[in-house]
Design a protein around this ligand. Sequence first.
Ligand code: AHG
Ligand code: MN
Ligand code: MN
Ligand code: MN
Length: 333
Amino acid sequence: MSHTNLITLNRWLLSETHKDLAHRLEMANLMQGIQLACKITNNAIKRAGFEQLFGLAGITNVHSEDVKKLDIIANDAFKMALKSTREVFCMVSEEEDSIIPVPEGQSGNFVITFDPLDGSSNLDCNVSVGSIFGVWPKISSDKNFSEKDVLRKGRDMIASGYALYGSATMLVLTLGNGVFGFTLDNTVGEFILTHSHMTIKHKGQIYSINEGNSVYWDKSTQNYVNHIKSNEGGKTPYSSRYIGSMVSDVHRTLLYGGIFMYPADSKSPQGKLRFLYEVAPLSFIVEQAGGKSSDGKTACLDLVPKNIHQRNPVFMGSSHDVSLLEKFHAEHT
Ligand code: AHG
Ligand code: MN
Ligand code: MN
Ligand code: MN
């Protein structure tokens, strides 16, 4: 394979000349931490079979989920790697009940939210999983954080992204100036730019939802899904694809178009996915790629969470498809 012009993530971050040098250096340093955490997590997943890392850790988290051993390994990796960048003011993790402080003297300017391992129910059967992160500028001027630093409007994010531990390991991110994909080249241990200015189709042909919940769906979701599955008027029914890890389903939606949905229903009145470290970061990516992300009525990025683990319904993907969903939603609420 010819290594003619490898653009590593580090080189790309430093060349982002639309930001002043000081900000570029801070962001490059912060992303070093994200890259390290993703490489550690990627390695642990690839070695899980030899090192008995599959299976449950024997504890439940704040969401009453059974925590996997790899959830903990990934969570520890993100906390360690991010603290050591000295760019982080405080953090929120899916796996931690409350806001994570940073030791005195290691504090920085950014608030980081992360889902260290997304789709962990897929781990033991070797189906792709991911990690998700969001970056906000801190608000507090003194050294103590408060809830106002983390209960933020999605639109205040300055960066977000995800790692996908799939057939290839990728880091997809945005700094607010388009979406870029980097693929891990294990021979050199670097994330290499492979997808510049990723954009999503205006309209897709794939819908992604857990049909096992259909008995709990409200009228608007029922009617919308029945509409896209039908061939009325000679239209082609949509294909169904559902992997069960949000990062994988959203990454496919980004590349192939269509709509990913986790609606509120009678079983999960707020939906299942968490705003700060699943919905908001991936909504930023989808909007930056020219798509839409909505709770059925409001753009997800315009929402402000009431608590750090707040859930909300989410419909994200091609703008035509999400807009049509919102029309069905408006007819039934
Ligand atoms: P996590 O593994 O971080 O807890 O997230 C799992 C989420 C998300 O990845 C996925 O879209 C959704 O759970 C799948 O939920 P269902 O199994 O209820 O469809
Ligand atoms: Mn979980
Ligand atoms: Mn998740
Ligand atoms: Mn998770």
